[in-house]
Write a protein that binds this ligand. Sequence first.
Ligand code: GLN
Length: 487
Amino acid sequence: MSFPWQSAIEIREQVQTGAVSAVDVARAHLDRAETLNPTLACFLTIDHEGALAAAAQVDRAQKAGETLGPLAGVPVAVKDNLCTRGVRTTCASKILGDYIPPYDAHVVEALRASGAVILGKTNLDEFAMGSSNENSAFGNVANPWALDRAPGGSSGGSACATAAGIVPIALGSDTGGSVRQPAAFCGITAIKPTYGRVSRYGLVAFASSLDQVGPMARSVREAAALLEIVAGHDRRDATSADREVGTYRAACDRGVKGLRVGVVRDLVDGLQDDDVRRAAQASLAALEKEGATLVDVALPHAKHAVSVYYLIATAEASSNLARFDGIRYGLRVPGQDLTETYTNTRARGFGPEVRRRIMLGTYALSAGYYDAFYLKAQRVRTLIRRDYDTAFEQCDVVCTPTTPTPAFALGEKTDDPLEMYLADIFTLPPSLAGLPAISTPCGKSSNGLPIGLQLVAPPFEEERLCSVAQAVEDACGLVGERPPAIG
Ligand code: GLN
């Protein structure tokens, strides 16, 4: 039995029957985390003691004959922008370098209640701003499939830890693609739920009209299982939807017979990257073989998504990040003049990308520019949502690749922020429209890098995403394949 590579579902079963102890499972995974982290840098904090204590509690409940929670004994990694009570939560920023939250995020509470064992906090782009994890103040993460490649961002640490067999499942956050793009780069599955499906209570805010927490896993079924745990109404988040949680795991067995898959032809056939184009076309053919119908749909306004997103997200970020002023968090020198504290804190506390975005966002919101930039961006956002509404009159899910290329090299795009922003071209439209989206592996490039396929559904139709993604996984997923670079 090879521990670190077991699925969450297998681990839960064996812990429940007593075939293995949760403490042994936790030890094996902690070992792997501690061995690999110097190479991969996917964890900012490994909570050795906390994990063992949580596992011991699961074992006690098992011995007492209790029915265990749905993730009992399952090791999980949590992105370091989700608050964990008593455990440092940095957002990969110096400004929160020593911040220890006094409370758990809603999704962290849900994990603990399900019996999951939180191994630690994963690396990310500072405040979740980035597409390569290179904006972390604490060093970049490596892609387990090729150590000189980016793992994607901003949930690069969670994607890497999952793909590297350190945890079977992890949580990330997705504002414009941050669970889907790293999932595509690292060969795993990730779901960006409908806006409002999962509470953001305790998620450090980046762009509030877009942020969502999302599950990441090595298989569609495990991602679905994790979504069932974290989804649901929470009155502490005013945008949380009061709707019943779906049966996402069961949806994985429903198949695709009769489902209409909308293909955005110009995005798929027009792809420059041969490997990505071929992988996407092959998985569409596989879906057709399984009984789905392919229909052509168009998203005429999707081409504006990058400009729209980088106006709206920076505007909201400039407002959300105003609270990091040196008075409430970090870097306050007692007795120092407050203006000086504020200037010093922001200059020393934030990295270059975060400062760039605060400046862009402040500019977009300033008097005289608000109508021309922010308001206009919001209008185009509505047009993007309408494109989807029209598409969904003809199809049940919309399919595009997740990213225009497989994982790019570390350092390749760091000198050109605009080039980096273009990596999000396919993940941004559903985010702007508030729609649920999944990325699942659909093949590999000629040099052995994973490729992801993105599926988008109407609001609260995550079940449909699970059914279709499962069919893609069955036809061409990477489940069971291990990245050769790390052994
Ligand atoms: N890459 C996008 C950005 O840099 C999206 C990030 C995210 O989803 N958190 O903003």
